[in-house]
Write a protein that binds this ligand. Structure first.
Ligand code: BMA
Length: 877
């Protein structure tokens, strides 16, 4: 066992790096050499006797990753090892750390250990004495250790009980169960007694339709030791009272915990986005014993407001509160925050409907984006680089909003720091992913309230957070999927109690926490819902999840055009990851649609999801001839389908004010609705999203023999634009052309024409003819879309002869492409190596040159040699 000392410099560095820090100078992470073992007496010792002894552990971490690092289990993502790893979730585990405490810390009057993430049923002892019991992995657990620390050889032990075994007896004893999510296919938990909804632990650990089942245990976030004398700073909160171009009236609350009645000097400073101090206020605060709140009004002239991307700058102020400045006891909280107002505007309309629009600084924003799921099964191994990669990709695809979906965990501060920096709005669910929970149990609700308070207070200074939402799909599951009906039929008294528990928790408790702590950010009880008003998943009011395409009854993608909600918060189509991501995960011999390993990485409908994928592929593109073609066509299908839906939502502005597809990212390498795979590689959809979410775009939506052309402008400035419609044949011969200029108003969708097929084709062969619709700003092409008159499989596409030229320039490489015939769904790749392209998954209009920038670690000759161009004609003919 290696001993350690608290390294304050490292702590400062860490805190500075994340850009915002919230604890006094006397707080530092415990940096021990942790170890772990199976708890003595655990039944799993019979099969795993070698885990009786202590082994090195990583904290923050998880038992699965510790076992992996110790060579005790295979990689949980490679091949199909899932069934063989379920014993881990049935075992009790023990973690231990030994540590020393420096003299300065020991000399202080008060000390506290703060556990930011205990997963989940934890019993903690310090030096052999009980310290705390925990039952919620989303909370910070604190325990005072005044007088209990010694200079050398302190020992912390954390016993983590299996959540399944802990809860199962009570769940099985219930005469009627409440609805769960995904039953385990592995026998570790009975299918009719799911425990996931009874425990405050990420729902997805129990398995989801895009990820494996790994019921983790561990200390998944840092443990900190804090110490102080008479007083400590506990929080700073900036409430914006009024905000406009001319001035900002703020009320800053500084929270101080004091051991006794007394006074203390408090200093508040505000630094503008350039780091210049624009306010400094000194106070001598009168303190009661216990918690104190000192409010300080601040006015800023000509404030620089924080805007979502595309609407203005992402200006961030620094708010710095110092207790006892200039003394040895000084402690400080520093936060970066942005000044913005947020309103969820729900204007009633004449037809009984009600809008759903985010209004930031008075400007209604059309929300464009996707749903975010956890970035890994094991959250502790998600680092800042990974979060930055995914969020930057979202911003690069012209998204301005992400929804943090409720079946995971509350993301690290750094997620929100980056969202603030990039101008991404965040719709933040509380962590309830579906099914029902025992809201009728007051202890359960109190636990959730504490969790909510911890997280709202932790994240409220981030201007990106614009909504707190109670849960994912619980109200609609109860009202529309039979959960309420079935339980009511079985046991009406219990069903009424369950529903009342739901209303109490999501209608009242969480709403109140957000009102008290959320600094004015709105609350919404469930997605989708109309905030507990009658229908839960309505197109005329509230937000909508639309799964009739892909889900049952699996309507064709054109059904997207007939669904026009106020705010589409979920819709999606699956695709497989980029092939390169699958190599190394699925052995070559197993790369077949129905192989056991491929099925193990397809979680929809218990492995049958590839049938659903094939149905959508075959309807439009034909039968894939091999696995690579299947992967490629799955991505083409997904990209085309989601593009159709997203553009339909955008042209429906202002009736519709948001389009968040399901889903941005992956938790592991597998088939899913994501547009970025687990390795960070963009699927075709993500390249399409960059085009269909562009602030200026053209939408040409063809349905039932009619094409509607609309122009989209999400900016606050109008645009004097030109649009052009050409009808050409696949070899590029021009059949007709029209060109118009139009004043495109700010923040608008403008329909500019409707064209029947017959008027465009004028007798031409629809299998050999397309329409090309374009939007220009002066001579600059802003957006282009190709309209097809037949399903892809019926088009007379010829195998293209593409002229390509790849050259190096000062900024990487430039690829130019040109083809004499139309190329559909061109996929540019390099055999055996990665390149970052600024465009891909595109069409080549005959005779037109496309220029693409790319970056890669390889040299020019290697890139030229490995360049592969694949398009639809290579696959379907
Ligand atoms: C939605 C989500 C998830 C799920 C997805 C795909 O309804 O809320 O629960 O993963 O569907 O089925």
């Amino acid at each position: 066992m290696r001993h350690f000392r608290v390294v304050r410099a490292a702590c400062w560095l860490l805190l500075l790096l994340v850009g915002s820090w919230g604890l006094p100078a006397t707080a530092a992470p415990l940096q021990a050499q942790w170890s772990f073992r199976l708890l003595p007496g655990d039944a799993q010792l019979r099969a795993h006797p070698q885990l009786a002894g202590w082994r090195n552990a990583q904290v923050p971490g998880a038992v699965h990753t510790d076992l992996l690092a110790q060579g005790q289990i295979p990689d949980p993502y490679v091949g199909a090892p899932e069934a063989g790893l379920q014993w881990i979730g049935l075992a009790d585990w023990e973690y231990r750390a030994q540590f020393d405490v420096d003299a300065a810390t020991l000399a202080r009057a008060h000390a506290e250990l703060a556990f930011e993430g205990l997963d989940t049923f934890a019993t903690v002892t310090l030096n052999g004495q009980p310290l705390l019991q925990a039952n919620n992995s989303h909370r910070t657990w604190r325990a005072r250790v005044d007088g209990r620390l010694r200079a050398r050889g302190n020992e912390l032990r954390v016993v983590l009980r299996s959540p399944i075994r802990t809860l199962l007896p009570d769940v099985q004893a219930m005469p009627h169960k409440i609805a769960g999510n995904y039953p385990s296919p592995y026998g570790d938990e009975p299918k009719d007694a799911m425990v996931g909804n009874f425990v405050r632990k990420p729902g997805y650990h129990f398995g989801w339709d895009w990820g494996p089942r790994y019921v983790t245990a561990g200390i998944w976030r840092p443990v900190r030791l804090e110490s102080w004398n008479a007083q400590r700073l506990t929080a700073v909160a900036v409430q914006t009272r009024t905000l406009d171009v001319a001035r900002a009236d703020l009320e800053v609350a500084v929270e101080v915990e004091s051991a006794a009645v007394g006074t203390a000097p408090v200093q508040l400073e505000i630094l503008d986005p350039d780091g210049k101090r624009v306010a400094r206020i000194d106070r001598r605060a009168m303190l009661q014993a216990g918690d104190n709140r000192i409010t300080i009004p601040v006015t800023l002239q000509k404030p620089r407001r924080w805007w979502p991307v595309g609407q203005g700058e992402q200006a961030r102020y620094t708010v710095r509160a110092t207790l006892a400045p200039g003394t040895a006891e000084a402690s400080r909280i520093e936060q970066r925050t942005g000044l913005r107002t947020v309103e969820l505007r729900r204007e009633a309309d004449r037809n009984g409907g009600q809008g759903f629009a985010f209004v930031i600084n008075g400007v209604p924003i059309f929300a464009k984006g996707a749903n975010v799921i956890p970035f890994d099964m094991f959250p502790a191994r998600v680092d800042e680089a990974r979060i930055r990669r995914e969020l930057t990709a979202a911003r690069d695809a012209n998204m301005n909003m992400l929804r943090n979906w409720g079946g995971g965990y509350y993301e690290d501060d750094v997620f929100f720091d980056i969202a603030d920096e990039l101008g991404l709005l965040v719709w933040q669910d509380f962590m309830f992913g579906g099914g029902m929970q025992p809201g009728y149990d007051p202890a359960f609700r109190a636990n959730v309230v504490d969790e909510a308070r911890d997280n709202v207070r932790r994240l409220r200074h981030h201007p990106s957070v614009v909504l707190w939402c109670g849960n994912n799909e619980e109200e609609t599951a109860w009202k529309d999927w039979g959960h309420g009906r079935d339980l009511t039929a079985a046991d009406p008294v219990f069903a009424a109690k369950v529903w009342q528990g739901y209303v109490d928790l999501f209608g009242h408790d969480l709403r109140q926490v957000v009102a008290e702590e959320g600094l004015g950010v709105p609350y919404w009880s469930s997605s989708p819902s109309n905030d507990l008003d009658e229908k839960a998943n309505d197109s005329t009011r509230g937000d909508k999840h639309y799964w009739q395409v892909w889900g049952n009854p699996a309507l064709p993608v054109t059904a997207y055009l007939r669904e026009t909600p106020r705010f589409m918060s979920e819709y999606g189509l699956q695709a497989w990851p980029v092939l390169r991501t699958l190599d190394g995960i699925i052995p070559a011999a197993e790369q077949r649609v129905d192989s056991p390993t491929v099925r193990a990485h397809q979680k929809f409908m218990a492995g049958e999801g590839n049938q659903r994928l094939l149905k959508y592929i075959e309807e439009e593109y034909g039968t894939p001839r091999d696995f690579p073609a299947f992967v490629y066509l799955s991505q083409v299908m997904q990209a085309d389908g989601i593009q159709l839906a997203a553009l339909h939502h955008r042209v429906s502005r202002p009736y519709t004010m948001g389009s968040l597809y399901w889903q941005l990212n992956d938790v592991w390498p597998g088939a899913s609705w994501s547009s970025i795979d687990y390795a960070g590689r963009w699927k075709a959809l993500h390249f399409h999203a960059r085009r269909f979410f562009a602030d200026h775009a053209v939408a040409a939506l063809r349905d039932d023999g009619m094409t509607r052309v609309s122009l989209l402008n999400d900016r606050q400035q109008g645009l004097q634009a030109t649009w052009r419609l050409r009808v050409i044949d696949l070899d590029g011969a021009l059949r007709s052309e029209q060109r118009h200029t139009v004043a495109l108003p700010p923040l608008s969708a403008l329909e500019v024409g409707r064209f029947a097929d017959a008027d465009l084709l004028k007798g031409a062969d629809p299998t050999r003819t397309v329409a090309v619709v374009e939007l220009f700003d002066g001579g600059r092409l802003l957006s282009q879309q190709v309209v097809y008159f037949m399903p892809a499989k019926a088009l007379a596409l010829s195998r293209p002869t593409i002229d390509s030229e790849l050259r190096a320039d000062s900024d990487g490489y430039v690829l130019t492409l040109r083809s004499p015939t139309l190329v559909r769904a061109l996929w540019i790749a390099f055999d055996g190596l990665d390149a970052t392209l600024d465009d891909n998954a595109l069409e080549l209009v005959p005779g037109e040159t496309v220029t693409i920038r790319l970056r890669a670690d390889a040299d020019l000759a290697t890139l030229r040699r490995t360049l592969r161009l694949q398009s639809l004609a290579d696959v379907i003919r």
